[in-house]
Ligand binder design. Structure first.
Ligand SMILES: [Zn+2]
Ligand SMILES: [Zn+2]
Length: 140
C-alpha cells in the first residue's frame, strides 16, 4: 500500500470485521435497486469504491452471498452487515473486479464520501423523497 495516502477505517455493526482503505473513495453513488434494498434491509444503499489494491480486510472474514450468479455481496456472518459488492463479469463496459465497492455507511466516518448520483431510481420506494440535486438514472 502507498504509505503517503491517508487511511480510513470501517467495519460491520458488531465489530468482528474491520477494513481499511488507502485514500478517499473515487466514486460514490446511492443505489435504489430492489436487490440492494433486500440485501441491506433499507430503502437504498450508498456505495463507494476504491481501486481494489487500496482495500484490505484487517479483521475477520467477509462471507459471500451469491444469489445471482457472479454477483457477490459480502457481509458479516455474525451481525449481517452488508459490506461489499462485486460482479465477476463486465456490466455496461465496466470491469467490476478492478475496484472494491463497499457500503459507505460502514466507514467509521461516512462523511468522507461524496455521493454523486442516484441509480436505479426506477426501483425507488414511493415514500422516499429526494431533496438533493444529484443526477438520477433509471438504471445506471
Ligand atoms: Zn459483524
Ligand atoms: Zn443496487
Amino acid at each position: 500500500m502507498d504509505k503517503t495516502e491517508k487511511q480510513y477505517e470501517g467495519g460491520c455493526y458488531c465489530g468482528n470485521i474491520r477494513y481499511v482503505i488507502n485514500g478517499l473513495p473515487d466514486v460514490s453513488a446511492h443505489c435504489h435497486c430492489r436487490s440492494c434494498q433486500m440485501a441491506l434491509g433499507g430503502a437504498f444503499v450508498t456505495w463507494a469504491k476504491v481501486p481494489i489494491e487500496k482495500f484490505s480486510v484487517t479483521k475477520g472474514d467477509i462471507k459471500i452471498c451469491e444469489k445471482s450468479p457472479g454477483i457477490k455481496r459480502g457481509f458479516c456472518g455474525d451481525c449481517g452487515t452488508t459490506l461489499t459488492y462485486a460482479a465477476e463479469h463486465e456490466v455496461e463496459g465496466q470491469n467490476w473486479l478492478e475496484d472494491a465497492w463497499f457500503s459507505a455507511t460502514t466507514l467509521d466516518d461516512p462523511s468522507i464520501v461524496s455521493p454523486s448520483t442516484h441509480v436505479f431510481v426506477s426501483h425507488q420506494q414511493s415514500w422516499i423523497s429526494l431533496a438533493d440535486d444529484l443526477p438520477r438514472f433509471e438504471t445506471f
